[in-house]
Design a protein around this ligand. Structure first.
Ligand code: NAD
Length: 388
């Protein structure tokens, strides 16, 4: 059970790059990092516009002197202080993640980076090697993985409740961009610009989320080959896709699919993952994250609820309020930030963190690798490609 008490001795002095006023994702980073008193927000380069960033930082009670015009100035100035930042979260558009993460690691800072970590697998592996060399944590904000029913699913699969796993069916398919909303929305505009967004739109922005959930639930499942078809139904988005279908063959013969879309008109989020085994299936939907559907062949379907004693004990560790009370995305992210803090603290002390998983640098590398393989398949005429 989590009740807001810090889980490390001294809260981590923490800064942010991006996530400024009006950004989509900045607030959930702050709310989640600060909730359990494992982090203290002491500095930031919150905005591409320095004045607006400073004004915003002051409203967050950050010392005006520590509201910086850009990340380079922040890393340099903070390194000179006895009480300088120890970790930084990066919540800027995709095209900046590689350079800011690299600079942060070189400056000796732990990092929480937004997905995608970068644009190419080569860059991702470079960052992975740098993080290992520097003994630093890079957490990736695959926030949905912090929901407790994801842990329940992981344990059910590990314990053989579903039998042999045959099919993994995933989707993240919302309808919010069914028309060219980017004309009037800055946050969507960069997402369809390859210079800022990278080689994909919905594959990286959406598909990597359920993909990571599958990695959590099925850590031993490895992709052997895949086939992807991508389209731009709103033509002005070309060459970036607003819809994509991916089929994957795993090394053990199991099959998987991912539907990534922002033109699923009428759908709110539409992120689901269904794992089908030889005995039973489970299904999780992010719009009802406190529930996990459990269907045993030949028996009535069951809805498992968060916080209940019949769950595996591991699925109760992050419980904050007890069953029946809905927990949501903010709690899921807080659970991850709590684990990021533990991981950072363990690294600093030279300790190994047992029995705690979190989306780390490897998750970042795998997300970038998957997008790269999908794009290679799609742009060669939706052909099967060996997974590289
Ligand atoms: P946004 O456009 O809404 O906000 C970006 C913020 O970064 C703004 O405050 C902007 O001023 C600031 N910024 C831009 N360049 C900067 C720079 N060089 N230095 C400092 N600040 C800078 O974008 P968003 O929707 O919040 O997305 C940001 C990142 O978060 C993206 O990589 C996106 O993929 C990711 N994201 C992740 C999730 C998730 O569930 N994990 C959800 C939404 C967005």
């Amino acid at each position: 059970m989590i009740n807001g008490e810090k889980n490390i001795e001294n809260p981590i002095r923490w800064g942010m790059v991006g996530g400024g006023r009006g950004s989509q994702i900045g607030y959930i980073h702050r709310s989640s990092a600060l909730r359990d008193h494992n982090f203290e927000l002491v500095a930031g380069a919150f905005d591409i516009d320095p004045e607006r960033g400073k004004d915003f930082g002051v409203n967050l009670h950050v010392d005006p002197e520590r509201c910086y015009a850009d990340y380079k100035t922040m890393f340099e100035a903070e390194a000179k202080r006895e009480d300088g930042i120890q970790a930084v979260s990066i919540a800027t558009p995709n095209g900046t993640h590689y350079e800011i993460t690299k600079a942060a690691l070189i400056a000796g800072l732990h990092v929480v980076c937004e997905k995608p970590l970068c644009f190419t697998t080569t860059e991702a592996i470079e960052l992975e090697e740098l993080a290992y060399a520097k003994n630093l944590v890079v957490g990736i904000s695959y926030g949905y993985s912090g929901h407790q029913m994801i842990e329940q699913a992981r344990k059910m699969i590990e314990n053989g409740d579903l039998g042999d796993i045959r099919i993994v069916k995933m989707q993240f398919a919302h309808g919010f961009h069914s028309t060219a909303v980017e004309k009037n929305n800055a946050s969507t505009k960069w997402r369809v610009d390859p210079k800022v967004a990278g080689p994909s739109y919905v594959l990286g922005d959406l598909g990597t989320h359920p993909l990571y959930l599958s990695e959590v639930m099925l850590p031993n499942l490895k992709i052997k080959k895949l086939m992807c078809s991508r389209q731009s139904f709103v033509k002005s988005r070309s060459p970036l896709e607003d819809n994509a279908f991916t089929i994957m063959e795993y090394e053990n013969g199991a099959m998987g699919t991912v539907w990534s879309s922002c033109v699923n008109a009428g759908s709110m989020h539409g992120q689901t993952i269904r794992i089908i085994g030889s005995k039973a299936s489970i299904e999780w939907w992010d719009e009802h994250p406190n529930q996990l559907r459990y269907e045993v062949q030949g028996k009535p379907a069951m809805i498992l609820d968060r916080g209940m004693d019949y769950l595996y004990s591991e699925a109760l560790i992050d419980d904050r309020i007890g069953g029946g009370h809905p927990e949501g995305l903010f709690e899921a992210w807080s659970n991850l930030y709590s684990r990021f803090a533990k991981a950072m603290n363990a690294k600093d002390r030279g300790e190994t963190l047992e029995d705690v998983w979190y989306p780390g640098i490897q998750a970042g590398v795998e997300g970038v690798r998957w997008v790269e393989n999908c794009v290679r398949s799609a742009d060669n005429g939706a052909v099967w490609v060996e997974y590289q």
